[in-house]
Design a protein. Structure first.
Length: 539
């Protein structure tokens, strides 16, 4: 059995190896490296959050294709999403930095690639945070309405107020030490997995009637407004339920500077988070769909479809219990979204890409980028202000920016990895020759879902329609086009003259030389003990 001193020496060697790799990439170790492999997995698993993605968006699939598209869509989208995660994980293993996608694109393709990747990634992360917090507020408000019907309504203003309180709580939690956040994410992972198990048991035992297998896997519903002759188009829209549910797993990469054995743990955390989400998500969707007792009532319930299904299949008490599990998971998810977004903003600011970079790159005594945390929360909150007027449209804007922004940011580094070919230097985790089919397939899938999210989701949302309605409009082309115009114009008019991509820190070379010298000394004098201190440079 290994002695405690052996474990201590091994931990020190791992810490020095992680720091040396980061220094080679050009950065000093500023953030505390406290997260283990499971903690890294936990933050991505928490952000994907099957309770935050699948349940609030369940109505999308139910209206556009019905149970058939919900279940078969999960079996199609899930495995392909794992392949995309694998393509990203290979690059993350090679370059484990908090900047993640932006850094990869800069190193593989140059400053322009890094600029666009970084801004789509940052805006996508802010939008994810906004959409998650609003979805969380919607479910929390529904729960509070069940508990206190005379005090809490379900109108847009109430939901926005609840969202504001949730955002304030998540901001406060993100000012704590990363070790606390790490434990919170680990607890969240078990909450998610145990929560699915409990809900499955409830929906298996309590309802007196269940739908048939034929209904769950074969029932087609077209409540989109498009004719049945366009059923494959409707199925495509229905896939958005599963696509939206599997985003945000780049969090593992953004936390890599705070993860031990980052080159391997970051890659595995990303892949396992998506894989586990697909499995648990499928089981959760299966249990909910088997419990559908009133098809028309579910259609009429809209965004509260899952709450309606639970209430009809069981009773108010059991519905409250399942809703409580869901609300808890969504609160964890929003907290993790703020963590991931703040680390990306910190890293992007470190390389002077964000206005006011000196402010956003600062860390406090706990090594937390506190200003970036505040900026992410305030920006996400502001993005949801339109929900005060129209909750459906405001939430749709947030989700469209989130999915397309992150998808573009995911795809650009993978394209560059394909172009690099055998010149790419792998890390501790690699696809080997399999990248030749996994990476192109990932890019093709990302292109497909980006186009899908830009298409009209309702005939009533198309200008010139007989019953045109603003809440039916797909605002994704406007938001994404506006973002591209803004980032592109900014780059070509100004940023290309001063933005050079990742900036190598002056102290990095000296610190790397010191670590390499220390390692050489230990090899020459193996019996001498040393107690190196992890370097840190709060700014």
């Amino acid at each position: 059995m290994s002695s405690p001193s052996t474990y201590l020496t091994r931990d020190r060697e791992t810490a020095r190896s992680d720091e040396a790799l980061l220094l080679r990439l050009g950065y000093s170790q500023v953030l505390y490296r406290k997260m283990g492999g499971f903690s890294n997995f936990a933050i991505s698993f928490t952000i994907i959050s099957i309770f935050t993605g699948y349940l609030p968006s369940y109505y999308i699939g139910f209206h556009n294709g019905g149970p058939a598209v919900i279940m078969w869509g999960c079996l199609i989208v899930g495995p392909v999403s794992v392949l995309v995660a694998m393509a990203m994980a290979e690059i993350a293993s090679s370059m484990p930095t908090a900047g993640a996608l932006y850094f990869w694109a800069s190193k593989l393709g140059g400053p322009a690639w890094g600029w666009f990747t970084g801004w789509f990634n940052l805006v996508g992360l802010i939008a994810v945070c906004a959409a998650v917090q609003y979805a969380s507020a919607t479910f929390t408000t529904a729960l509070l309405n069940l508990w206190f019907p005379s005090l809490v309504g379900t109108d847009n203003v109430t939901i926005f107020v609840v969202m504001t309180v949730i955002a304030a709580v998540q901001l406060s939690l993100n000012l704590l030490d990363v070790n606390v956040l790490s434990r919170l994410n680990v607890f969240s992972s078990w909450w998610h997995m145990a929560g699915v198990g409990l809900i499955v048991v409830v929906l298996l035992i309590v309802p007196t009637d269940h739908q048939s297998v034929e209904f769950v896997f074969g029932e087609v519903i077209n409540n989109s407004g498009f004719p049945d002759s366009a059923i494959w188009y409707v199925f495509g829209i229905g896939l958005l339920l599963n696509v939206y549910s599997l985003v945000g797993y780049d969090a593992s990469a953004h936390m890599s500077e705070e993860t031990r054995s980052a080159s391997r743990a970051t890659a595995l955390g990303m892949v396992w988070a998506v894989g586990a989400s697909v499995v648990f998500g499928f089981v959760l969707l299966l249990s909910v769909t088997f419990a559908v007792s009133d098809v028309q009532g579910t259609l009429d319930a809209g965004g509260q479809a899952v709450v309606y299904i639970w209430a009809e299949a069981t009773n108010e008490a059991w519905a409250e219990f399942m809703l409580l599990i869901t609300v808890g998971a969504q609160l964890f998810c929003g907290t993790a979204c703020v963590t991931s977004g703040s680390r990306m903003m910190f890293a992007f600011s470190r390389d002077h890409a964000v206005p006011g970079s000196r402010l956003w790159r600062r860390v406090n005594a706990r090594r937390v980028p506190v200003n970036s945390v505040i900026a992410i929360v305030v920006s996400a909150w502001a993005l949801m202000i339109p929900t005060l007027v129209n909750g459906v449209v405001g939430y749709a804007v947030g989700t469209s920016i989130a999915v397309i922004g992150l998808s573009i940011a995911f795809g650009l580094p993978i394209i560059l990895r394909i172009k690099a070919g055998d010149r790419f230097e792998p890390g501790a985790w690699s696809l080997g020759k399999h990248y030749k089919w996994i990476s192109p397939l990932s890019v093709a899938w990302i292109a497909f879902i980006c186009v899908l999210f830009l298409l009209p989701i309702s005939p009533n949302g198309i200008p010139g329609a007989e019953e045109f309605a603003f809440e039916s409009v797909n605002y994704a082309p406007l938001t994404v086009g506006g973002a591209l115009l803004l980032f592109g114009g900014w780059y070509f008019l100004s940023a290309r003259k001063w933005f050079t991509g990742p900036v190598r820190e002056e102290a990095a070379d000296a610190e790397l030389a010191a670590i390499l010298g220390e390692a050489s000394h230990r090899r020459a004098h193996p019996h001498q003990s040393s107690h190196p201190q992890q370097s840190a440079h709060p700014r």
